[in-house]
Design a binder for this molecule. Structure first.
Ligand code: ASP
Length: 625
């Protein structure tokens, strides 16, 4: 039989009680985490958001409470009234923050019962994620999840405060709107009032934030929900949250300073310092040194080992002498058997026109000097796994060879990217052996003991880096066309504008990415603020005047009404939280996420709708049953 709450008021949270509270009369409310029945004594671990306290139901002291204690089960909701007392020396539990005390109950109210869920929040690890997602309300009770959304709150609050202090106004933009060109598929919402017409959910607030600059708002930010109909990955959800901002009259450096400040504030709020300013690298150098535009600085980069080989060596090894020859090194992997090496082969991207040599023993037989030199150049210690990646003349990709003074060609980029991907994949696979990620895991674990007042050093665990000077266009192998590497409002470098149509490959974009520990955290750019340039960009992207007008006419119009130079950026909030939570999937830091198959298992969405709803929306479903 259940009790009413009546006039009972909670006095404390379970996790907050300490030895200093001994002797106090308290009222606690929460969920039964565990129950242990010792006959005349029943122990309940009572859990709320703050933690767990032990309740003792003594048959002598409270026969009624003891009786109820016999009936309660895990996840029942109860209120306990009683006195805090110190546990005996042999009963203290140093692993629990409240381990020195317990509550000698004089009354227990059972406020609600609970069905037996397929798992208990008291369990450490639950294997089946689908079950977790279906019973998300139970899953979210787990201390680990409670910690994650507390972390998310603290980070978000600090970011808001920092941006507000830096003169940014938080402004909302529409959810029901028109397509934004971020390169993904739109989610469409049919209009009941306008038959056959659709709103699109924003892929980002991009156009609106630019219009806010035209509106004289000067500095805008929003913790903005964005929607992109893409295939899901560990770091990608259909809807996600960006810290989105835009500012008027900025230089790139101004945007960097704003971001560095708010990100450092977000990290500090959860007890970790992030030294500023962040280092910078050009896109070309990032490709040369890491083979990716989101480098993980915790691992050794690529080494140019072309000098280790003579031209004859390369000819015999069937390596393209005109393309990069690089070594990647994964420390401390130890010797691998042929079988082990073969298992790695599928991790190499075959489509980049590159090949690899991972059998050093064999290489050393034919090319002793070169093999030794490669290991020397790569700084390889005894147990380090070294792989050479180079252009494969037998598999030339159809890429552009256009080459500009000091810049990489598409084909070179492909070889570096093949090496970079392989490096990333192998580093993940052999994480236990090289241990380069341990410092991050350790920092995340230790940060719980720290706060904004007493933050710990995060400089070895987190490595932010700005990537700058991206090419404006990239060559799309499938369509054999130059396609924009960024959204079409990104400004080219003023110096490169003359080449937009004649030499697209040479044009650099005035945009920037922020990467951290191998993950892209955000990207932004200085925007086009002149209509003539915007039109030219659309033209070079093959978007006709009519098409541009139909899709972004309102924006092109707005550009003509006094547009200030402006620029901005958006950072993935979920990803920031994921890094600081030490999570490997966004689902751990989003309360109600979708599965990899784009389903909300708890709400059971998406779902069919009634014929009446379809009719109102003027929609007929053309599915063959
Ligand atoms: N709208 C861009 C994005 O969502 C960010 C930006 O350019 O500010 O990636």
């Amino acid at each position: 039989m259940l009790d009413f709450l009546g006039s009972l008021e909670r006095t404390h949270h379970c996790g907050d009680l300490r030895a200093a509270n001994a002797g106090q009369q308290v009222v606690l409310m929460g969920w039964v985490n565990r129950r242990r029945d010792h006959g005349n004594l029943i122990f309940l671990d009572l859990r709320d958001r703050s933690g767990i306290a032990q309740i003792v139901l003594d048959k002598e002291l409270t026969p009624e409470g003891h009786l109820k204690g016999e009936q309660v089960r895990p996840e029942y909701v109860v209120a306990a009234v009683g006195k805090v007392r110190l546990r005996g020396a042999d009963a203290t539990n140093p692993k629990m923050p409240t381990g020195e005390i317990e509550i000698e109950a004089t009354q227990l109210l059972v406020l609600n019962d609970a069905r037996l869920a397929p798992f208990s929040p008291a369990e450490e690890a639950i294997q089946n994620e689908e079950v977790r997602l279906k019973y998300r309300y139970v899953d979210l009770r787990r201390p680990e999840m409670q910690r994650n959304f507390r972390l998310r709150h603290d980070i978000t609050l600090a970011i808001r405060e920092s941006l507000s202090n830096q003169g940014f106004l938080e402004i909302e933009t529409p959810i029901l709107t028109k397509s934004t060109p971020e390169g993904a598929r739109d989610f469409l919402v049919p209009s009941r009032v306008h038959p056959g017409e659709f709103y699109a959910l924003p892929q980002s607030p991009q156009i609106f934030k630019q219009i806010l600059m035209i509106s004289g708002c000067d500095r805008y930010f929003q913790i903005a929900r964005c929607f992109r109909d893409e295939d899901l990955r560990a770091d990608r959800q259909l809807e996600f949250t960006q810290v989105d901002l835009e500012m008027s009259f900025p230089r790139r450096e101004d945007v960097f300073a704003v971001v560095e400040q708010f990100l450092a504030a977000g990290f500090k709020a959860v007890g970790v310092t992030l030294p500023t300013p962040f280092p910078r690298i050009t896109y070309d150098d990032a490709m040369r040194q890491f083979g990716t535009d989101k480098p993980d600085l915790r691992l050794p980069g690529l080494t140019d080992v072309r000098p280790a080989f003579t031209d004859e060596n390369l000819a015999t090894l069937q390596i393209d002498p005109a393309l990069p020859v690089v070594a990647l090194r994964v420390p401390n992997v130890g010797e691998l058997s042929r079988k082990e090496r073969e298992d790695n082969w599928p991790l190499f991207d075959q489509k980049k026109g590159a090949k690899f040599i991972d059998d050093f023993k064999r290489l050393a037989k034919g090319f002793a000097e070169a093999a030794a030199k490669v290991r020397e150049l790569a700084g390889a210690a005894e147990g380090d796994f070294v792989i050479i990646v180079a252009g494969d003349p037998a598999h030339h990709v159809k890429a552009s060879d256009t080459k500009f003074e000091g810049r990489l060609s598409e084909r070179e980029i492909n070889v570096y990217a093949a090496a970079g991907n392989f490096r990333t994949e192998l580093s993940k696979k052999y994480a236990d052996r090289h241990g380069a990620f341990d410092v991050t895991e350790q920092t995340v674990a230790d940060a719980h003991e720290h706060s904004a007042q007493d933050p710990m050093d995060g400089s070895t665990a987190f490595h932010p880096i700005w990537i700058v000077d991206f090419p404006m266009f990239e060559y799309d192998l499938a369509s054999a066309k130059w396609v924009p590497a960024h959204h079409p409002f990104t400004s080219p470098y003023e110096a490169d504008m003359a080449n937009l149509v004649s030499d697209p490959a040479s044009v650099r974009a005035n945009c920037y990415d922020l990467a951290m520990n191998g993950m892209e955290l955000g990207s932004g750019s200085i925007r086009i603020h002149r209509k003539d340039v915007q039109q030219q960009i659309f033209k070079s992207l093959g978007i006709s005047d009519e098409d541009a007008h139909a899709r972004f006419g309102f924006f092109l119009d707005a550009l003509e009404y006094g547009t200030p130079p402006h620029g901005g950026i958006a950072l993935g909030l979920d990803r920031i939280v994921m890094l600081l939570a030490g999570a490997s999937n966004l689902r751990e830091v989003i309360t109600f996420p979708k599965t990899a198959k784009a389903i909300d298992l708890m709400a059971e969405a998406p779902t069919q709708v009634s014929d009446q709803q379809l009719k109102e929306l003027h929609i007929r479903v053309a599915l063959k049953s």
